[in-house]
Ligand binder design. Structure first.
Ligand code: AMP
Length: 434
């Protein structure tokens, strides 16, 4: 059998690849209005970065990372040797850790400087069990803002995210924005203890995973999909009742800024999100119908401690990532189709083989004038050339035969109106462009 793409991966065929390119352009346009500039970081990093940044106990790090290993090091390991810590590499499961590492490494936010606003788009890798909306390689678009802790940063990022979804065509009414505050290292430890005590009290009703999680990160019990656990967690202490004054004021300010901008949100005190680095604001955007359990199309939050975790000076930060493939599912659920990519505007058809060289030059002249143009490359009959032109979506077909060539002209046929006119050969690129 022919070799298939690896499980959990998906080829983006031309129409979709064109849509992905447009998706990224829309992100650059919308986020650019808020001062975000692109950054590209490697798709693999030292494993240690993700362990320290995302957290050893998270599912992403403990179970889902793909190891990247050079042939030389693999041989060493197979021979029973060890590899140096800095040679232990993982494919990035998310974008934030790499961007924060780059910000620290290149000192992009020197002390006292204005915040740095960065955006990225590209593949992420998680060894999850593949299902609809959950892949092992998927594409994310994300932003990170480092160097400011004001709630205006949080609010503008959320506003920008919602604007982006609408700009790519996801209907406003199909989305739900959830917000919460996860507190900071002053108020969260006490809250964590409260949740831990609550989990111990209800241990008999919880699943084994939640009981194990209780010891490492009790807040993750809020994410458990087991209905019994979910029911228990409904009665658990809420972080919003335990925030310190600063966190409460910060959260309040974010909500007021969102309201002033007309952004509707739902407060969800159980929204804890899967990665350890979040502090204060967290948010998630879900699609209401059609995506099943993988309904989160994006999310993010504030991570004021992350720069320190990866060895930098204290630098507050905030970011979000949105999943391209899930946005596509949301668009499909809403009945939106990919626009067909324009591959050919002018098709040059040859009446017979004697004019192929001139047809080739005419195609080239059209392309040089900026027009997508093509011709037949398989010596098809004139009738099949017209069929091909139709298939390629050509707007015009320039028919070139020995008689036309002798007269220095072509017959230009409009594929929509079927109108035909004779035009001088050299005028084709200009007329087709008009
Ligand atoms: P996260 O980094 O987990 O906060 O994910 C941010 C967004 O990326 C999610 O809201 C999803 O839209 C998308 N995403 C995360 N994991 C996957 C996956 N395995 N497959 C497809 N999309 C994903």
């Amino acid at each position: 059998m022919a070799i298939q793409a690896p499980e959990g991966t998906k080829d983006l065929l031309p129409d979709e690849a064109a849509f992905w390119a447009q998706f990224k352009r829309t992100a650059a346009e919308v986020f650019g209005r808020y001062g975000y500039a692109p950054i590209e970081t490697p798709v693999f990093e030292q494993t240690e970065l993700f362990v320290r940044g995302i957290g050893e106990a998270t599912d992403v790090v403990s179970k889902e990372m793909f190891t990247a290993i050079s042939g030389e090091n693999l041989k060493k390991l197979l021979d029973g040797g060890t590899v140096k810590a800095k040679s232990r590499l993982s494919l990035r499961p998310e974008g934030t850790a790499g961007v924060v590492r780059a910000v620290v490494q290149h000192d992009l936010v020197p002390q006292g400087a204005a915040p740095v606003k960065l955006m990225y788009a590209g593949p992420m890798f998680r060894a999850e069990r593949p299902q609809k909306g959950r892949q092992r390689q998927f594409n994310q678009v994300g932003i990170e803002c480092l160097g400011a802790e004001e709630p205006t940063v949080d609010a503008e990022a959320i506003i920008m995210l919602m604007q982006f979804y609408e700009a790519v065509g996801i209907p406003h009414a199909s989305m739900r924005l959830l917000v919460n505050s996860m507190g900071c290292d002053r108020c969260r430890p006490a809250y964590r203890e409260k949740v831990l005590a609550y989990l111990h009290e209800h241990a008999e009703a919880l699943c084994d995973t939640c009981l194990t999680r209780a010891e490492t990160n009790p807040l993750r019990a809020f994410d458990c999909k087991n209905p019994d656990c979910a029911q228990v967690m409904e009665g658990a202490p809420k972080i919003t009742d335990c925030l310190c004054d600063e966190c409460r004021a910060h959260y309040q300010a974010v909500k007021e800024l969102l309201e002033a901008a007309g952004v509707t949100y739902v407060e969800d005190p159980t929204l804890v999100r899967g990665l350890d680095y979040y502090t204060r604001t967290v948010f998630e955007v879900q699609v209401v119908d059609g995506l099943g359990s993988q309904n989160a199309i994006g999310g993010g939050g504030r991570y004021d401690k992350l720069a320190e975790e990866v060895g930098g000076r204290p630098t507050p930060g905030l970011g979000f990532a949105l999943g391209y493939e899930r946005c596509v599912l949301a668009l499909q659920a809403a009945g939106v189709e990919f626009p067909q990519a324009t591959r050919c505007e002018v098709f040059v058809a040859c009446v017979d083989d004697s004019v192929r060289a001139q047809a080739f030059s005419l195609v080239q002249a059209c392309r040089d004038a900026g027009l997508p143009a093509d011709m037949d490359h398989q010596r098809r009959s004139l009738k099949s050339q017209f069929k091909l032109a139709d298939k390629l979506g050509a707007r015009l077909v320039a028919v070139l035969g020995p008689d036309e060539l002798a007269a220095g002209s072509v017959t230009l046929r409009d594929m929509q109106t079927h109108e035909e006119r004779t035009v001088p050969l050299e005028d084709v690129p200009r007329m087709a462009n008009a």
